[in-house]
Design a protein around this ligand. Structure first.
Ligand code: ADP
Ligand code: MG
Length: 453
């Protein structure tokens, strides 16, 4: 019971944190965390590795505690971070009892037990990648080698990669699954400690090599070189290699030509953004899995918010259920609408929220009041300021179209699309707008720095 609410509360907290820290900050430090346990004023967060634990502990603790205090209406909250709080992956799918969690995962691959094929919802945007992933897991080294799964963030690349790993492991294949970042760090420290031979031995004898976010090594010459040799020896031994990337191999900046052509010799399967139908199916599956009882029209409403990133989509679902729980009311359509609009529109509570800061800074730069941006004035200057605000909320704060519409006085998401696009075009042609935008960004950045130091 407590475990479930820790997960939900943390899901809602992530929704809040996502709009308070920069996008890259969120992706690096917060995205892969989970709520583990929550008891009165103590909250345990599971993080994937010790670096993240240390970073969050040092730099984000107070922001996290504040966010949790707000969400739980507690007067105090003490967070602690646990590396890999999840239990050693087991095939029976039972989640671990937090009370008996092992301190560390003995599986160095750290395959996420939730990332299995059974939990993956197939839709038109991901069916190719799904089919390819399944077939390399069952026929490794035989059909598509290497397999590259590419697509924007949050569309299930890591999920498929881990699913391949777990299926292959169940068939007794020696799988190594690492992020390109881990691979690079390991390589660098092997050089430093003069243990490159050990490093090579480990990777060149893998039964299957899965590398996540390969774009990370683009331009890191020595790592690329090492990876190239690892790749060749595995490839020649018919070992399956799979990697994921946020771009197709030919678009990865600075990637060595030889490596690029090797990558392209296999299958490049891209994942596209989920359509409305897939988003709904994903929400249905997530709700069912967590035994949440949510009406179809509410799920449809959440899906209609247009979240392309599935993690964010899930965050929205968590937010709605957390809201329902905290307000002690069923997750009705009305409540869902409130929960969605409430994202970031917390100026009533605190005007230091990241979104208000953007709106305030833009208004100030144009000599307007924040209300003008939210109101119906349509003169040239106000409209331009509004477009700048839309653009910044989207680019810097990663707000969804619906969110921006809500923040700027209940505007239709489609008008936000039009506005942001128009501004993007204006930025190309009009230097003065560009400079103004840069000035506002500077102000915002300096505010963020002051807040976090
Ligand atoms: P990426 O690696 O592409 O950034 P992830 O694999 O980390 O994305 O996916 C983000 C989240 O969305 C994960 O929690 C994952 O389980 C979930 N997810 C992504 N695609 C699907 C899908 N098709 N069905 C169910 N869950 C999905
Ligand atoms: Mg990923």
């Amino acid at each position: 019971m407590e475990t479930k609410s820790a997960r939900e509360i943390w899901g809602a907290a992530l929704g809040e944190l996502q709009v308070q820290v920069s996008r890259s900050n969120y992706r690096t430090w917060l995205e892969k965390t989970e709520g583990l346990d929550y008891q009165s004023d103590r909250f345990v967060i599971s993080v994937p590795n010790i670096f993240i634990a240390e970073y969050l502990d040092r730099n984000q603790r107070s922001l996290i505690e504040k966010t949790l205090i707000h969400l739980t209406s507690s007067s105090e909250m003490r967070v602690s971070f646990q590396v890999n709080g999840r239990h050693h992956h087991s095939s029976n799918g039972h989640s671990a009892d937090p009370a008996i969690l092992a301190p560390a995962l003995s599986d160095p691959n750290q395959l996420n037990p939730n990332y299995v094929f059974d939990n993956f919802v197939v839709g038109s945007g991901n069916q190719l990648a799904y089919a390819a992933a399944r077939s390399v897991a069952t026929n490794p080294g035989k059909i598509y080698n290497p397999l590259c799964i590419c697509g924007p963030v949050g569309l299930g690349k890591t999920h498929l990669l881990h699913a391949i790993g777990q299926l292959a492991q169940a068939r007794h294949i020696q799988v190594i699954c690492v992020s390109a970042e881990q691979f690079t760090n390991e390589f660098v420290s092997a050089i430093r400690q003069k243990k490159v031979d050990d490093f090579n031995r480990k990777y060149r004898h893998a039964g299957m090599l899965l590398i996540d976010d390969i774009h990370f090594i683009g331009g890191k010459k020595q790592t690329e070189e090492s990876f190239f040799h690892t790749f060749n020896s595995l490839f020649n031994a018919n070992r399956q290699i799979v990697f994921t990337s946020d771009q197709p191999p030919k678009a990865i900046a600075l990637l060595d030509k030889r490596l690029r052509s090797r990558f392209e010799s296999g299958l490049v399967a891209d994942i596209q953004s989920p359509d409305q139908e897939t988003r709904q199916a994903i929400l249905r599956a997530k709700a069912r899995k967590r035994e949440m009882d949510i009406a179809a029209d509410v799920l449809e409403f959440i899906a209609r918010q247009g979240q392309q990133n599935i993690r964010e989509l899930e965050g929205l679902l968590n937010r709605v259920t957390a809201f329902a729980k905290l307000l002690n009311s069923p997750p009705t359509l009305e409540l869902a609408a409130k929960a969605v609009v409430n994202i970031g529109s917390r100026e009533g509570v605190t005007n230091s929220s990241a979104h208000s800061r953007v709106i305030n800074a833009v208004a100030q730069a144009f000599d307007l009041q924040p209300e003008d941006l939210k109101g119906s004035r349509r003169d040239k200057e106000t409209s331009l300021a509004r477009r700048v605000a839309m653009y910044l909320l989207r680019q810097e704060n990663g707000c969804s179209l619906a969110q921006i519409g809500a923040l700027l006085g209940d505007r239709d998401p489609s008008s936000v699309t039009v506005g942001s696009k128009k501004l993007a075009a204006e930025l190309v042609h009009d230097k003065s707008i560009k400079h103004k935008l840069a000035d506002i960004q500077k102000i915002l950045n300096s505010q963020t720095k002051r807040k976090t130091t």
